[in-house]
Write a protein that binds this ligand. Structure first.
Ligand code: BEZ
Length: 256
């Protein structure tokens, strides 16, 4: 299995990811004794927040380095390496939780049917992720900078999956879920690292954007992205990412 994430850098420079997601843990409302799956647990901080509510939680991530880092961060919690679009765990859960992960998995219908199968009757799927319009300013600047450097990208190109709210809720219904709650909202997100905030973000998240550019040209593309975005997303030396989120609660039927 190839590792694609720098788990240490993720942990060191991106605490806002799990700090801003506490609201989705509140929406999950874990109850003592519940059995909960954290789909795409990253470095385990939200898994631990769920465990702190006396639920039994299993953290799952497709990336070996993230799973390793989670185990180091929280040795008392169980973590496994599985792909969110293709997993079949022997256990059945009261809830499946996911934060800032579903936009990395374009096989969304597979995720939904895997999650459905993993839930007990009446179980809930509670998640938040990037919806249509998420990081639009950043993505446009990346496309412009790539084209300027001779790496052709069209305006509709994206390495992420940002469906509209309607698209995603239909997909959940197609997977037999009943959607009980859904909310789309803009959440401008301050990036850690002061002046380096956008560069840190690009380094950790946009690694899939630049694979062909190579180490030699990458800094120039990133500098151009920064130059284009400074008037839009940087104020007083602090960068803010233009996040737009979809949060939902979807329930599996009590009886099939
Ligand atoms: C996010 O919305 O959390 C996100 C989107 C794209 C890249 C990284 C993070």
């Amino acid at each position: 299995m190839t590792t694609t994430w720098n788990a240490e850098a993720y942990d060191a420079n991106h605490a806002y990811i799990w700090n801003l997601a506490r609201g989705v843990v509140d929406l999950l409302d874990p109850q003592p004794g519940e059995h909960i799956l954290d789909l795409g647990c990253g470095t385990g901080h939200l898994t631990a927040a769920i465990a702190a509510k006396s639920a039994t939680v299993l953290g799952m991530d497709s990336d070996a380095a993230m799973v390793e880092q989670s185990k180091q961060n929280y040795p008392a919690i169980e973590f496994v390496q599985r792909d969110g679009a293709d997993f079949d765990l022997s256990e059945r859960f009261d809830a499946v939780f996911s934060s800032a992960v579903l936009h990395w998995i374009p096989q969304a219908a597979w995720v939904a049917s895997n999650v459905y199968r993993s839930l007990k009757p009446g179980g809930r799927f509670v998640a938040e992720f990037g919806t249509r319009g998420n990081v639009q300013a950043i993505l446009s600047a990346i496309v412009k900078a790539m084209n300027g450097a001779g790496w052709h990208r069209t305006d509709d190109w994206t390495p992420w999956y940002f469906p509209t709210m309607g698209q995603y809720l239909s997909l959940l219904e197609d997977a037999r879920f009943t959607v009980e709650f859904a909310q789309r909202f803009e959440r401008p997100t301050p990036l850690d690292g002061g002046e380096d905030g956008l560069r840190n973000w690009l380094e950790i998240f946009a690694h899939r954007l630049f694979p062909e550019v190579g180490e030699r040209d990458r800094p120039a593309v990133e500098r151009e992205v920064e130059r284009l975005l400074r008037p839009v997303l940087c104020r007083d030396g602090l960068w803010t990412a233009d996040y737009v989120r979809l949060r939902f609660v979807a329930r599996k039927a009590m009886r099939e």
